[in-house]
Ligand binder design. Structure first.
Ligand code: NAD
Length: 493
C-alpha cells in the first residue's frame, strides 16, 4: 500500500505527530493508501518556509523573470501530460469518477498550466495622465504577487481544482501552502512530485495534508498567510472568511451552488434532455455548478420528464475504471447524506420519478453507489429544492411565464451558475441577464474553459478563477506616481 507524505520546504516529511489517515477507494471500500496526517504545527512549518522564500530569499521565485517562471510551468505541464494515464487512474481510484472523465480532468489540468504559463508573460498594469497643481506627473500601476498563498481544495475534482489554483498562484510569483481534501489526497500529492523535481526553489511550494479543523484552520488564521483561496462548501467558506479577518487576508471563495436549468417549450427538446443529463449526472452530480433544479415550461413538462427518466434509468453504474456512465459517490457518509435529502423530500410531499436508493447489484455492493434520481412534485421550499445535495439528484419545477421562470431561478441563496434552453435568442439573453449568477449557459450546460472566468454571486463565493481575471486574483495592484520634473513643485509651493 502506498504511503503519501507531506512536502515541506523541499522535503517529503511525515507528520510531526507521526499519524496517518486512510485513503479509501469509494468503488470498493478498500483502503488504497495512507497519508501523513498533518496538524497545526506542520502547517506552521510550511508557512514559515513559504514566508522565508517570499520575503527573504533574494533569488526566490518571485525574483525569477516572468519568462523563466513561464518556461518552468511549461515543463511541468509536459511532465503531467506524459503521465496522463497514471494520473487519471489514481484520480478514478481515489475519487470514483469514470476513467474517461478523469482523463478529461488531466487534459484540462495540462491546458490550465499552459494557459497560465502564457498569461505570466502578458502585459499588465495601466498608466494614467495625472497632471494637476502638483506639476507634471504620470501615474501607473504594476501587478505584484500577493505573498504566501494558502490553497484549500475539495474532493470532487482533486487534481483540477488544485491546478486551477497552483498554476495562476505560481505564474504570478507567489509562494504556496496547499491543503488537499482528506478524501482525495492522491493526485495532488503525485503532482507535487512533479513540482519537487522542477526548478522551483525549495520552500516555494508546500503540501500539508490533514483535517480542515487543524491544518485548514491554521492556514486561514495564521498572520503570515497573505491570501487564502478556497474551494468547497459555503459553510466552511464562511468560517474561513471569518478566520481570515485577523490580518485582513486577500480571499478567494468558490463555494456551493443550487443552479437552475430553465427550459422553455420552444427549446430543442432532445438537446435539452441531453444537456440536462450532463448538468446533473456528470461526475455523479458532485459538481458545484450542477443543474440540480430543472425549471421547465408546464406545457412540455410531461414529455421532458419522460425522456429524462428514460435516459436516467438506462445509465450504467459501476467501478469508474470500467468506464460506466456513473461511478460511486465519494464516501458512505456522503451517500447517506444524499439519501437523507431524498427521504426528507419525500416526507415533504415530493414524488420520486426514478432512483432515490443505494445501488448494490453485484460488485457495487461493496461501494457507495446510487441510482440517478429525479424528484417531481416539489414546492419551492422543499428540502431538495433549497439545499445543495451534491449527488445525482435533480428536482423538477414548472412555470408558465418568463417572469415566473426567472423568479423561481433566483429563489435561492446561491448564485454560481445556471442555464436557459430556448430557440428565441432575445429571450435567452433577457433571462440570463436577470438570473443572479456568475456563470450562465445558453442551450448547453456545464462546459467550463480556462479562457473564461468562473465564480459565484451571493453565497456561492467571491472572486474569480480561470482566465486572466483568475491570474489577477493572485496579485496586488501597486500604483506608482512619477514627477516628470524632479525638484519642481507646482502651486503647492
Ligand atoms: P468542504 O467545504 O467540506 O471541504 C473543502 C476543503 O476545506 C477540504 O480540504 C476540507 O478539509 C477543508 N476544510 C474543512 N473545514 C475547514 C476549516 N474549518 N478551515 C479550513 N479548511 C477546512 O467541501 P467538500 O465536501 O470537500 O466539497 C464539496 C463542496 O465544494 C460543495 O459545496 C461544492 O459546491 C463546492 N465546490 C465549489 C466549486 C466552485 O467552483 N464554486 C467547485 C468544486 C466544489
Amino acid at each position: 500500500m502506498e504511503t503519501i507524505l507531506n512536502y515541506i520546504d523541499g522535503k517529503w516529511t511525515n507528520a510531526l505527530s507521526g499519524d496517518y489517515f486512510n485513503v479509501i477507494n469509494p468503488a470498493t471500500g478498500e483502503v488504497v493508501a495512507k497519508a501523513a496526517k498533518g496538524g497545526r504545527d506542520d502547517a506552521k512549518m510550511a508557512i514559515a518556509a513559504a514566508k522565508r522564500e517570499f520575503y527573504n530569499n533574494p533569488n526566490g521565485w518571485r525574483r525569477f523573470s516572468a519568462v523563466k517562471r513561464s518556461e518552468i510551468l511549461l515543463k511541468i505541464a509536459d511532465e503531467l501530460e506524459k503521465q496522463r494515464d497514471s494520473f487519471a487512474l489514481i484520480e478514478t481510484i481515489d475519487n470514483g469518477k469514470p476513467l474517461r472523465e478523469a482523463l478529461g480532468d488531466v487534459d484540462d489540468a495540462v491546458s490550465y498550466i499552459r494557459y497560465y504559463a502564457g498569461a505570466a508573460r502578458m502585459p499588465s498594469g495601466v498608466s494614467y495622465d495625472v497632471n494637476d497643481g502638483f506639476g507634471q506627473m504620470q501615474s501607473f500601476t504594476i501587478k505584484e504577487p500577493v505573498g504566501v498563498c494558502a490553497l484549500i481544495t475539495p474532493w470532487n475534482y482533486p487534481l483540477l481544482m488544485g491546478v486551477q489554483k497552483i498554476a495562476p498562484a505560481l505564474a504570478a510569483g507567489n509562494t504556496i501552502v496547499f491543503k488537499s481534501s482528506s478524501e482525495t489526497p492522491m493526485s495532488t500529492a503525485k503532482f507535487f512530485e512533479i513540482l519537487s523535481k522542477s526548478e522551483i526553489p525549495d520552500g516555494t511550494v508546500n503540501l500539508v495534508m490533514g483535517s480542515g479543523s487543524t491544518v485548514g484552520n491554521e492556514l486561514s488564521e495564521n498572520e503570515y498567510v497573505d491570501m487564502v483561496s478556497f474551494t468547497g462548501s459555503t459553510e466552511v467558506g464562511q468560517s474561513i472568511y471569518r478566520a481570515s479577518a485577523g490580518n485582513i487576508k486577500k480571499i478567494g471563495l468558490e463555494l456551493g451552488g443550487k443552479s437552475p436549468n430553465v427550459i422553455f417549450a420552444d427549446a430543442d427538446l432532445d438537446g435539452a434532455v441531453e444537456w440536462a443529463m450532463v448538468g446533473v449526472f456528470f461526475n455523479q452530480g458532485e459538481v458545484c455548478s450542477a443543474g440540480s433544479r430543472i425549471i421547465v415550461e408546464k406545457s412540455i413538462k410531461d414529455k421532458f420528464v419522460d425522456k429524462l427518466k428514460q435516459r436516467a434509468e438506462n445509465m450504467t453504474i459501476g467501478n469508474g475504471v470500467e468506464n460506466p456512465d456513473m461511478g460511486p459517490l465519494i464516501s458512505e457518509n456522503h451517500l447517506n447524506k444524499v439519501l437523507d435529502f431524498v427521504e426528507k423530500a419525500k416526507n415533504e410531499g415530493a414524488n420520486i420519478v426514478c432512483g432515490g436508493y443505494r445501488y448494490t447489484e453485484g460488485e457495487c455492493a461493496k461501494g457507495y453507489f446510487m441510482k440517478p434520481t429525479i424528484i417531481d412534485n416539489v414546492t419551492r421550499d422543499n428540502t431538495a429544492v433549497k439545499n445543495e445535495i451534491f449527488g445525482p439528484v435533480v428536482t423538477i419545477q414548472t412555470f408558465e411565464t418568463e417572469k415566473e421562470a426567472v423568479d423561481m431561478a433566483n429563489d435561492t441563496e446561491f448564485g454560481l451558475a445556471g442555464a436557459v434552453f430556448t430557440s428565441d435568442g432575445a429571450r435567452a439573453f433577457r433571462v440570463v441577464k436577470e438570473i443572479r449568477a456568475g456563470v450562465m449557459w445558453i442551450n448547453c450546460y456545464n462546459p467550463a474553459f480556462v479562457e473564461a472566468p468562473w465564480g459565484g454571486y451571493k453565497k456561492s463565493g467571491t472572486g474569480r478563477e480561470l482566465s486572466f481575471e483568475g491570474l489577477e486574483e493572485y496579485t496586488e495592484t501597486k500604483q506608482i506616481t512619477m514627477n516628470l520634473n524632479p525638484g519642481k513643485l507646482g502651486w503647492y509651493k
